[in-house]
Write a protein that binds this ligand. Structure first.
Ligand code: F0G
Length: 459
């Protein structure tokens, strides 16, 4: 087989700046060893997130110029609505400024205290928006999805028996909706199979519970189905996506992922009564229903991006380049969440640094080392992000896993950039025994990972 290449050539370039190790050491100290507090210009390869960081195509930039900024009924809106209809098929579409705005509107209308919302794994903004209404967010991913080294082709699947048990336990009336996140970001960017979507949908329909898809990475999920599920090898990604959405009653989406746009989102539903309640909330905080928090040009960029994300040459390259990073580091013994996900590789920092106990933040240590070694920015998904501090006693409790996510922006980095990332990880791996942990010196009550400051742990 020939080398899988980037299916594009480069029309505009954005320089990235090399820094010396001494400069990086100084920047790290100034930032309190928190890479969220670095300036982006001091980062060489930025793998903090795949959200809003895509490179837009020449067609998208041309669409930006066609953007119609009319307040109501703009041409951009109709192009956006048509693209969403073509791919997602839901009857009613509401544009939002990003994914979490769609979540807030959906859950404000459907959820109340005492309710429980199942999902394979809730993303943090999804969970936070559910909890904000007083409802409970419950993760029901299959057992393999909780074990980093366990291999399963669809590790993002929901445990259907657990869903049935939950419905029996709390009763249908306390479950206002069920969600499925494709791909399962918080579980390692792992896909959900069509069979699982069908099974979850059937249980939901038996009980009259609406099923919503968190569709951020729907195109990547469709491609995994094509690669791994019987009967889909010859189907086009768009047809796979359409089938998947046909089992659901609506969706939320951040267009900053598989919309290949830098901002934007949407909420869609087949329920007309719900849509009109949602539209009223949309007007209150996002905007008139034909732009909802976006400029006309954003709507146009997304209308083009949604289709480009389903292009098969693009998807081959996209999934292959993430897998390439995962395979090259794991072949050298580096522990990662297996198999590689769609948008990101997750390093298992607890296994990488067995000498660093969870409360000395092994994930944070690995994030710091990747920047120190090579100017790479990753994100800790472990005790810094999900551990808890008891406000009375100050006692810290660890998160269940200590992961570091390397999220790959879409169409931004080339294979040599990825080779450079592989080399850097292997260099840190070589000297892993000498790395020490960190401790908090400053932290906020909520979402502490964004602003915390750290120092190196002694002894
Ligand atoms: N759902 C999932 C599965 C996500 O990954 C995200 C964002 C959202 C919802 C919220 O969308 O940011 O547009 O409001 N994930 C980003 C990330 C931030 O880095 O994984 P948003």
């Amino acid at each position: 087989m020939r080398t899988i290449i980037e299916p594009f050539k480069i029309k505009a370039v954005e320089p990235i700046r090399m820094t010396t190790r001494a400069e990086r050491e100084a920047k790290l100290r100034d930032a309190g060893f928190n890479v969220f507090l670095l300036r982006a210009e001091d980062v060489l390869i930025d793998l903090l997130t795949d959200s809003g960081t895509a490179a837009m195509s020449s067609e998208q930039w041309a669409a930006v110029m066609r953007g119609d900024e009319s307040y109501a009924g703009s041409r951009s809106w109709y192009r956006f609505e048509q693209a969403v209809h073509e791919i997602f098929g839901f009857k009613h579409v509401l544009p939002t400024h990003q994914g979490r705005a769609a979540e807030r509107i959906l859950f404000s209308v459907l959820c109340q205290p005492g309710h429980v919302v199942p999902n394979n794994t809730h993303f943090d903004t999804t969970r936070a928006n559910i909890e904000f209404t007083g409802a409970e967010a419950r993760d029901l991913v299959i057992a393999e999805g909780r074990i980093p080294s366990a291999r399963h082709p669809f590790k993002g699947n929901m445990d259907v028996d657990q869903l049935r048990r939950l419905i029996d336990e709390v009763g249908r009336d306390r479950i206002p909706l069920c969600m499925l996140t494709v791909t399962n970001n918080s579980g390692g960017g792992q896909p959900v199979s069509m069979a699982n979507v069908r099974a979850v949908s059937q249980v939901c329909r038996e009980h009259g519970i609406p099923l919503y898809i968190d569709a951020c990475r729907f195109a990547e999920n469709a491609y995994f189905i094509k690669l791994r599920e019987d009967g889909y090898a010859d189907r086009r990604p768009i047809d796979i996506a359409r089938e998947l959405f046909s089992y659901a009653d609506g969706c939320t989406m951040s267009a900053k992922k598989d919309g290949l746009a830098n901002i934007g989102g949407l909420l869609a539903t087949n329920d007309g009564r719900l849509a009109s309640k949602e539209r009223n909330l949309l007007i209150l905080t996002e905007g008139f229903p034909t732009y909802g928090g976006m400029a006309g040009r954003d709507l146009d960029a997304i209308a083009v991006g949604l289709h480009e994300a389903l292009d098969e040459d693009y998807l081959v390259y996209r999934i292959r380049s993430t897998t390439y990073l995962g395979e090259h580091v794991s072949r050298a013994g580096v522990p990662i969440v297996q198999p590689p996900g769609g948008h990101a590789i997750y390093l298992d920092a607890a296994a990488f640094f067995p000498q660093i106990p969870p409360l000395q933040l092994p994930g944070q240590a690995l994030v710091v080392e990747l920047y120190r070694e090579a100017g790479i920015r990753a994100v800790e998904i472990g005790t810094v992000m999900f551990g808890r501090r008891n406000a009375q006693t100050g006692e810290e409790s660890p998160a269940p896993m200590e992961l570091v996510r390397l999220a790959i922006p879409r169409r931004v980095y080339t294979q040599s950039h990825i080779d450079y990332v592989v080399e850097a990880i292997l260099q840190v791996w070589e000297r892993r025994a000498d790395v020490r942990g960190y401790r908090f010196i400053e932290q906020a009550q909520l979402l502490r990972h964004f602003t915390a400051r750290f120092e190196e742990a002694r002894g």
